[in-house]
Design a protein around this ligand. Structure first.
Ligand code: ATP
Length: 303
């Protein structure tokens, strides 16, 4: 509980170190075995008492972020307010560093952050389990944004089991433009139409490598079943992946549905080298060296 009129929540981006995708279900969703890892690339959402529900956004991709009720931060505020029987009167300001439509769950992150910020601003003290239910209602990746750290997601990705993770260093290469997650899943369906898609299962080798903190072991086990689909829509991402491994990255993969690419590196020194090489590649718009795991959505200021 706070007596604040302004609450700021910091929330991390994620990378999927394993993204195993099953065949399309009758409801159109895909079963997933999804190992989420939160990385130290953060958005901040500030909730301020207001007379109406409004959203603003700052950051390099701000012009691509919807400021209406379709923004996941606004939807989070609306759902929370409806459950509490109050009007969703709040101004939500998003300081955005997570690439938009980049496969790093930026919108989901803002949804989780807004939920936590409004809960504190409105002094609701909603039980954690209920906040997680609202997150799952908002989207498959939203519960993990609240929880952070490292977790195995099953079902559509929203059923979370925490897993152990040592510290790892990463470089993310932000691409030009975004990719629509549904479009990437449709490409996955096309590419796998004539094959028997195995039931997705978490890899024990990958979970052991993640817990060990050994980057060579993790590099050998990283897997993203959506990567061929993302590359079929954006073939030029292959150049970015090759540039990172050429500069010494231990492994390279498309982050989630892309088009952001993720490079696992040995240490901060290697991260700087890989980032410099990626900056020279025309398919790379910007680089973000990070570490993992990062904490989930956290109140960082209330006044
Ligand atoms: P995921 O990794 O969960 O598939 P993503 O990182 O690829 O998602 P987002 O950045 O979440 O993609 O954006 C996807 C779309 O969601 C955007 O194109 C935008 O229209 C919409 N959107 C809604 N709310 C937000 C938000 N707060 N920030 C960014 N995009 C948002």
């Amino acid at each position: 509980m706070t007596g604040a009129s302004c609450v700021t929540v910091r929330v991390p981006a994620k990378v999927n170190v394993q993204l195993a995708v099953g065949a399309a279900r009758p409801d159109g969703f895909h079963d997933l075995a999804n190992v989420f890892l939160a990385v130290s690339l953060f958005d901040e959402v500030t909730a301020t008492a207001a007379d109406a529900l409004t959203v603003s956004c700052e950051g390099p991709d701000a012009d691509q972020v919807p400021l209406d009720r379709t923004n996941l931060a606004a939807r989070a505020a609306e759902i929370l307010a409806a459950r509490a029987g109050i009007a969703p009167h709040v101004h939500l300001h998003i300081a955005k560093s997570i690439p938009v439509a980049g496969g790093m769950a930026g919108g989901s992150a803002d949804g989780a952050a807004a939920l936590l910020a409004c809960d504190a601003l409105w002094k609701l003290d909603t039980p954690r389990a209920e906040l997680l239910d609202i997150c799952a209602e908002l989207g498959s990746d939203v519960p993990f944004s609240l929880v952070g750290g490292a977790a195995l997601g099953t079902g559509r990705g929203e059923i979370l089991t925490p897993v152990d993770a040592g510290t790892f260093h990463w470089v993310f290469a932000v691409a030009h433009g975004g990719l629509s997650t549904p479009a990437v899943f449709r490409a996955f369906d096309r590419l796998t139409a004539d094959t028997v898609v195995p039931v997705p299962r978490a890899s024990p080798e990958l979970l052991a490598a993640l817990a060990s903190g050994d980057p060579d072991a993790l590099a050998a086990t990283l897997v993203n079943d959506l990567q061929p689909a993302a590359l079929s829509l954006r073939p030029e991402l292959a150049d970015t992946l090759a540039a990172g491994t050429g500069a010494g990255a231990l492994a390279a993969l498309v982050s989630g549905s892309g088009p952001t690419t993720a490079f696992l590196v040995r240490d901060a020194e290697s991260a700087a080298k890989v980032a410099a090489a990626l900056e020279a590649v025309p398919t790379c718009r910007a680089t973000r060296p990070t570490t993992s795991p990062a904490p989930g959505a956290t109140v960082v200021a209330a006044f």
